[in-house]
Design a protein around this ligand. Structure first.
Ligand code: SF4
Length: 203
């Protein structure tokens, strides 16, 4: 498929990217992983130490929790999804990415969304949710519903690292959000509970 080739070309381009200051401190660019034709795209914030070393998003404890929730709530493993971050290189000390870094890296995520054309985008945590929904609201207020996002629907949920820190209630809410995504994907035969939110997302 042309899109698959284009995504691979984009990953090769990103591997040598020096568009922002994060290039200086990375081990490698963490472009994204999974099915280039996935219906479900998961978007996190930025690579951490494990991801920087391994070259794949969500490979540490957070990734293990995400894999478990994908398996238990959607019945899939990560190879049926596509997983990427807003920023492709690790910020030093795992600090938040800076606006200039997000702006420099944004075209990669935009191109990934254009090429993959997912039906559902799940944003993991405040950072990705606020950016893609173009809002200042926090994840606690944003989650619990879905939003229009170009031709797709966007489901905001907690970052798995927050779920690891906070425990049961946050994990339960992540589960509910993933069930919402499952309904939107048409992967569930059970009726959906919950409303559609008012925020218009960008593309
Ligand atoms: S974070 Fe993005 S823009 Fe910055 S160097 Fe890495 S790939 Fe390039």
């Amino acid at each position: 498929m042309a899109e698959t080739t284009e995504l691979a070309d984009l990953a090769r381009e990103a591997a040598g990217c020096t568009r922002c200051a994060l290039a200086a401190g990375r081990t490698q660019v963490v472009f994204g992983t999974g099915d280039p034709e996935a219906d479900l795209l998961l978007v996190g914030e930025a690579p951490g130490r494990d991801e920087d070393l391994c070259g794949e998003p969500f490979v540490g404890r957070s990734g293990k929790l995400l894999d478990r929730l994908l398996a238990e709530e959607l019945g899939v493993d990560r190879r049926r999804c596509y997983i990427a971050n807003v920023v492709k290189c690790r910020p030093p000390g795992n600090r938040d990415p800076r606006p200039a870094e997000v702006a420099a890296c944004r075209p990669y995520l935009a191109a990934q969304i254009d090429l993959i054309r997912p039906a559902v985008v799940v944003t993991l945590g405040n950072f990705a949710s606020r950016l893609l929904l173009q809002t200042d609201q926090g994840i606690t207020r944003l989650r619990g519903t879905s939003y229009p996002f170009g031709d797709a629907r966007l489901v905001p949920t907690f970052h798995p690292a927050a779920a690891l820190r906070s425990g049961g209630e946050v994990v339960a809410q992540m589960r509910a959000d993933l069930v919402r995504a499952k309904h939107l994907l048409g992967w569930s035969s059970e009726p959906e509970a919950g409303a559609v939110g008012p925020v218009e997302g960008g593309g």
